[in-house]
Write a new protein. Sequence first.
Length: 150
Amino acid sequence: MLKENNMKMNFGTWIVVAFVVFAVFIGTLVMVCVRQDIDLVSKDYYQQELLYQDQIYRLNNTAALASKPEFTIVNDRIQVAFGQWNDMEAGELKLFCPSNPRMDRNFQLARTGERIQSFELESLQKGMYRAKLLWKMDGKEFYLEEVIYI
């Protein structure tokens, strides 16, 4: 009989230990989650989401082009080749680095007779970038995005 009571007490003790271990696990999980840094893609993400219909128009305009801009990386420079630079009213190339926002860069496009515009990349760390090209031609806006590796 005495042995039976000890087993019941040990069984009850193990249940309490299991609950305590579970509570510590959940507490640790909550602490790790609270300390996790969560960055949005951009600071004004929600405002950009509301204006996304404009982005759809830009993408449709780009899809209708006979020739689209092309990106190439040559000797620590990004080259953007496009035959219609003369028709462009304004434009911007954004290099977006998902892993490090400090590596994001913006370059202004110029109206030129040349087919290729080139921009320096020496200060950027190696890795994946999203090249986002936004330009205006004939009163319409255009947008092209490609993943590039530096």
